[in-house]
Ligand binder design. Sequence first.
Ligand code: NAG
Ligand code: NAG
Ligand code: NAG
Ligand code: NAG
Length: 335
Amino acid sequence: MKSFSVSVVAALVATVQAGLRFGCSTLTIQRLDPVVQPGQNPSTHLHHVVGGNQFNATMTGDVGARGTCTTCQMSQDFSNYWTAVMYFKHPTNGSYHRVPVINNAALAAGTTGGITIYYTQYDLSKDNLKQQPITVFRPGFRMTVGNPATNATEGAKHIGLSYNCLQTLLNRGPEMRDFPTKPCPAGIFVTHHFPACWDGVNLDSPDHQSHMFNTIDLDGFTNAPPCPSSHPVRVPQVTYETVWDTTQFSKLWKSGDPNPFVWSFEGDSGFGTHADYMFGWKGDALALAMNKSECFYDGCGSITKQDMSVANKCTVKDMVGENIDGWVSHLPGFP
Ligand SMILES: *[C@@H]1O[C@H](CO)[C@@H](O)[C@H](O)[C@H]1NC(C)=O
Ligand SMILES: *[C@@H]1O[C@H](CO)[C@@H](O)[C@H](O)[C@H]1NC(C)=O
Ligand SMILES: *[C@@H]1O[C@H](CO)[C@@H](O)[C@H](O)[C@H]1NC(C)=O
Ligand SMILES: *[C@@H]1O[C@H](CO)[C@@H](O)[C@H](O)[C@H]1NC(C)=O
């Protein structure tokens, strides 16, 4: 774990409002976890990963400087973003089948599978709070949100982690804490909001969370109250949205039966939902964009966008080499 003192944190950005939203196609689905289980191949459970091609069992140093391609629309973003993988557990014979990811509505044409990524400043809509200045993450920065071992909401720790039962790709229905209790006509929409206050010193922490602090007390893209003195540096709020296409399993879910979906860590409760972030923007590309006012969705005038047909050519090797598809008798990594 490397650390920087507050005094060397890059130029603080004036209080402005900028937000990025973009899609990243699926990069790989394999059992690696360079944040929580660095160096371990395979890691305990399967992940769905998007972003830059430096993704590996171990990731150190300046990923953005080394990256040569990315599945993200923003071509200077070599960060990696990942979550657990959703599986369907057959209610009568107990076999598992991976649930495919489909792209969110309104993303760039050609996005395949993937995750919708947001970097927002103080809000998606204007607010009148006197906000702290914003700074962006530094090379080597990483964090997680949520915890696979959690099987209850655990109050504040679960803020920002949610499910929607999609009525259509555009009609999300109400936000929920846990898996839906009946089949969803257009899939399950999963959201992970990360905390937006940093201790300003540590690029990581032993639990990958205590260098960050969440001041948002509601779900969603809401105004975050000011950061506390323990975590005084305001960073962009990072959010992931993933659409799991559960529709092919609806007819196997008999009315009245419990939720048949599980996460790849063998969690049949939805409370263990979690996500990992590895910063990897090239140079000051993110800082320049987040330093603009009144821009959203468009790259903020300074970020280069690539065609998704180019993004989709970016790959990493399957470094684990196990069967994760078709009907399988066990979740990958579980006996
Ligand atoms: C991943 O790590 C292995 C082992 O250190 C290394 O041989 C390989 O080149 C790395 N792959 C990438 C894309 O960096
Ligand atoms: C469970 O059911 C699925 C779908 O009907 C089938 O393809 C699979 O082979 C079954 N698994 C076992 C172990 O029978
Ligand atoms: C939650 O986890 C704890 C500790 O592993 C366990 O004792 C408890 O039974 C679990 N609760 C549920 C509802 O699964
Ligand atoms: C942010 O913009 C201000 C005003 O244009 C400029 O002075 C400052 O250097 C910029 N900071 C970064 C990190 O780009």
